[in-house]
Design a protein around this ligand. Structure first.
Ligand code: GDP
Length: 177
């Protein structure tokens, strides 16, 4: 019946990290609500959002955590990473420093998160191609070196957002099942 259909087989915690203003919150709201909010960043409030998907007849609840601005003060705590099975590591393709800092975020993950964590590198704001400051090739090379999955995406247009999150969830499923 309906009760049974609503049962959840897995809950996967996913953290979204990366420099401030790269689009973490917008990627999360695009994936969980299919929304993009032009005047974003109101209050520090909800710590995570969820979306349930069905994969191989299993109901998987993705519980996706946002830093709620903590990254500005380098105050992302180890509690944030605890229990995370996946990470979306986001940079802005129009802001070179946000890509240069990705290595530091990978170190932070390796130091604080589970060893088996699945990491997806996301080059966000692909809609701003005319302002590109990070080539796709550089990102692909880095991702290969570090064993990360990679996709460019746009929270604004929605391009590749769904596919990137679903890929991450599938990979986590492969690790845990
Ligand atoms: P966060 O600090 O990493 O959570 O970044 P936000 O999600 O708050 O986004 C920072 C800014 O970038 C906001 O002004 C967003 O409207 C804008 N933004 C986020 N994603 C995109 C995108 O895909 N394309 C464009 N053009 N702007 C974006």
């Amino acid at each position: 019946g309906a009760e049974r259909a609503a049962e959840i087989d897995y809950v996967f915690k996913v953290v979204v990290i990366g420099d401030s203003a790269v689009g973490k919150t917008q990627l999360l709201s695009r994936f969980t609500k299919d929304e993009f909010c032009f005047d974003s960043k109101s209050t520090i409030g909800i710590e995570f959002q969820t979306r349930t998907i069905v994969l191989n007849r299993k109901r998987i609840k993705a519980q996706i955590w946002d830093t709620a601005g903590q990254e500005r003060y380098r105050a992302v705590t180890s509690a944030y990473y605890r229990g995370a099975l996946g990470a979306m590591l986001v940079y802005d393709i129009t802001k070179r420093p946000t890509f240069d800092h990705v290595a530091r975020w990978v170190e932070e993950l390796r130091a604080n998160a589970d060893k088996a964590i699945v990491i997806m590198l996301i080059g966000n704001k692909s809609d701003l191609a005319e302002k590109r400051a990070v080539s796709t090739e550089d990102a692909v090379e880095f991702a290969e070196e570090q064993g990360l999955f990679f996709s460019e995406a746009s929270a604004l247009s929605g391009d590749n957002v769904e596919s990137a999150f679903l890929r991450l969830i599938e990979e986590i499923h492969g690790v845990v099942s």
